[in-house]
Design a protein around this ligand. Structure first.
Ligand SMILES: Cc1cc2nc3c(=O)[nH]c(=O)nc-3n(C[C@H](O)[C@H](O)[C@H](O)COP(=O)(O)OP(=O)(O)OC[C@H]3O[C@@H](n4cnc5c(N)ncnc54)[C@H](O)[C@@H]3O)c2cc1C
Length: 391
């Protein structure tokens, strides 16, 4: 392992461009977003070495790193402050799903491009009448010769306006019980049958969309996990998504949410101190409890990765996703409390950029217990599948 560390360190020192050694743009594959030269160079070099998806097989663009080697790579990247070279639904959600459930032909056709970041992916699961009760989805896919024709509507499709492809859960057999008759299908978004309508938020931003399918076509060879078996494939993909949110998906993510806390320093800069400590004992106690939670989360992430041989943990991903989200929301609450009246600034000259960011983060992160399955849905999964409680 010492040799691997030394080689990795030398290679990173020689190949990681200065512009990729600080916070900044992390590509997710979208061909519609221009990358700055250092970011592009970093992506190309890492992809060539198989390090955009370090644990994937070589033939699909990975480097076949063991878990131990992967950990060393992450440590060495952190040591020089290097950014993740590639992220998103390609390497983190649909890629691992194809790797696990795809046919050889599908793996050959899709995975190397995903590993090189050639195309950004959107996720077409939710519909106006199917959120938590996802199996009620009605987007229809009808087989015609060697392709499927899709009609229907998806909602809350994050980043769809900048995506090249979308993976959708579609109803391929309406006569079967609702959890059956669903298929997971890959669709090229660059076609007249796919229309994206941005949903404008109160902030003025439009990260979400409604995505309409009107006689859109998809190749019949792009059904992942088998026709009418999309419920199983789709749930597996959700575990990859939740593992990514939770920071326990070793194939693509690097540490995850709430794994590093800058909160004590941020709070200390904002509130009265006595003898170098936060003067308010209640705030101090809340902060200490939060730091304990963050530490426990970090240990749980590590233990979950260690315990499981699979590329993504199963139902445990729901528990770790949820606790990570709750920790993040607690951190945002604490910072806003520490800011007092300065913590309610939305815009305008009366507030600093930091204060406005704190308010906006606090509000935005409320979505962490909705996206990827709500808090109640995760608690249901933990109760039934992890703790084995009766239905
Ligand atoms: C930031 C963000 C990004 C998203 N990105 C995408 C995306 O890219 N693609 C995509 O397909 N979707 C996306 N979504 C949608 C997300 O998956 C849904 O919002 C989520 O699954 C909840 O569905 P819903 O909004 O229809 O709420 P509902 O399912 O209507 O839930 C409403 C409330 O009822 C509760 N509830 C529902 N059923 C139960 C139950 N059985 N037991 C207890 N309580 C229950 C829920 O917990 C919730 O509080 C995104 C959402 C957010 C917030």
């Amino acid at each position: 392992m010492d040799d691997f560390r030394a080689d990795t360190r030398a290679w990173l020192d020689a190949n990681c461009p200065p512009g990729a050694r600080r916070p900044g743009q992390v590509p997710w594959g979208s061909s519609r977003i221009e990358l700055d030269p250092d970011t592009r160079l970093w992506l190309e070099r890492m992809a060539e070495r198989g390090w955009t998806v370090p644990t994937w097989p070589r033939e699909y663009g990975g480097a076949e790193l063991t878990r131990g080697e992967y950990t060393v790579l992450i440590e060495e990247l952190k040591r020089i402050g290097a950014r993740t070279p590639l992220t998103g639904r390609g390497v983190n959600y649909i890629g691992p799903t194809i790797l696990e459930l795809g046919t050889d032909d599908q793996k050959q056709r899709w995975l190397p491009g995903i590993a090189r970041g050639e195309g950004g992916w959107a996720m077409g699961y939710s519909e106006p009448g199917a959120g938590s009760d996802l199996a009620s989805l009605s987007l229809r896919a009808v087989r015609q010769g060697d392709h499927y024709v899709l009609n229907g509507r998806k909602i809350w499709t994050s980043d769809a306006m900048e995506s090249d492809y979308i993976f959708v859960l579609a109803r391929t057999d309406p006569d079967l019980p609702k959890h059956q008759g669903i298929s997971l299908i890959l669709v090229d978004m660059d076609q007249p049958g796919v229309q994206v309508r941005p949903i404008r938020l109160i902030s003025g931003a439009s990260p979400f969309n409604e995505t309409l399918f009107e006689d859109a076509v998809a190749s019949a060879s792009d059904v992942i996990g088998g026709v009418n078996r999309g419920w199983t494939a789709g749930k597996r993909l959700l575990q990859f998504e939740r593992s990514t949110h939770a920071g326990i998906n070793i194939s693509g993510s690097q540490g995850g949410r709430a794994s590093e806390s800058r909160l004590p320093e941020q709070v200390k800069r904002r509130v009265p101190l006595r003898d170098g400590r936060i003067a308010d004992p209640v705030l101090r106690a809340r902060l200490i409890r939060h730091e304990q939670n963050v530490h426990a989360q970090r240990l749980t992430q590590r233990r979950t990765i260690e315990e499981l041989q699979a590329r993504a943990p199963g139902f445990a991903s729901s528990a770790v996703k949820l606790t990570g989200a709750l920790n993040q929301q607690e951190a945002d609450e604490l910072l806003v409390s520490a800011l007092g009246t300065r913590g309610v600034g939305w815009e305008g000259d009366g507030y600093t950029a930091d204060e406005i960011e704190a308010t906006r983060d606090w509000l935005r992160q409320k979505s962490l217990t909705i996206a990827g399955g709500t808090k109640e849905v995760q608690l249901n999964i933990v109760a039934k599948r992890v703790l084995g409680l009766p239905d």
